[in-house]
Write a protein that binds this ligand. Sequence first.
Ligand SMILES: O=C(O)CCC(=O)C(=O)O
Ligand SMILES: [Fe+2]
Length: 350
Amino acid sequence: MATIIANSRVESLASSGIESIPKEYVRPLEELSYVGNVFEEEKKDDGPQIPTIDLKDIISENPEVRDKLIQDLKKAAMEWGVMHLINHGISDELIHRVKVAGEAFFELPIEVKEKYANDQESGNVQGYGSKLANNASGQLEWQDYFFHVSFPEDKRDFSIWPKTPTDYIPAVSEYSKEVRGLTTKILSVLSLALGLEEGRLEKEVGGKDEIILQFKINYYPKCPQPELALGVEAHTDVSALTFILHNMVPGLQLFYEGKWVTAKCVPNSIIMHIGDTIEILSNGKYKSILHRGLVNKEKVRLSWAVFCEPPKEKIILKPLPDLVTEEQPARFPPRTFAQHIQYKLFREAE
Ligand SMILES: O=C(O)CCC(=O)C(=O)O
Ligand SMILES: [Fe+2]
């Protein structure tokens, strides 16, 4: 039986002064390779590094210049499935507002944040929460979060968004709209790079009306035994694309060529992941990379993720027929997004 600890916030554990972490947070030994001091890990320059893609040429009128960007992004999406985006077109000022708003919310007392608590068991996943153990070993993550739909406008529910600070709603609304615009640009580059029509991948993910953005603030308190814990366990994102900001505290690791690579903190960049949805549509040409988050003793880490997703039931995700040949048969069976999520949960529970 899974142990379910109701309403236990990692933040309250962390501030209680404990010197060792409860056993639910101790990860099994096989998960703990490369879980060391993340500040040391981030400094390492030997070995492969996540690519950085400069988007300044994304709207270039010069076909050669634009083609170079298309090829660079294609290579990064095929080899890594994750990249640092620079010159992404979203203003530093807006990003700063989003971070300040998220930090201010998490600085509120826990009792105030609890007013926004979600109720995962009754299916209300939006709001303030912590992971419930969903596997037999009852494993937990060193993280609390705030989660809600942020785009399109008609699918948002402001009543569950933080009311404090007052700039939370304006900043996160505006940022989500900008990320939605960036999504269109990236999906068109990824389409052209596969020889598809420019609007094809966006259409296959649900197009203007159906693509949904989910916003999640991950809050990783200081951890007294960071070498035994994970802020977020190894996973691939189910989304089409994920866009991540963080507070310049290292933590993200990517599983590349059999090793865990620690992401550098690149100023003014957005980390972008290719998620399972695009991996499936591209028949595995673009990669959804396994990643996880480390925690540390010295600094609280926050990250702000936007998951750009297809609708749960309306679309059957499967490799695009254009990309399936006799030599390269379909690598994924047809599934709705909801079925894909279920399939992963079931597989992980085994
Ligand atoms: O905190 C991070 O950098 C990564 C978080 C993550 O992987 C996720 O929320 O899916
Ligand atoms: Fe992720």
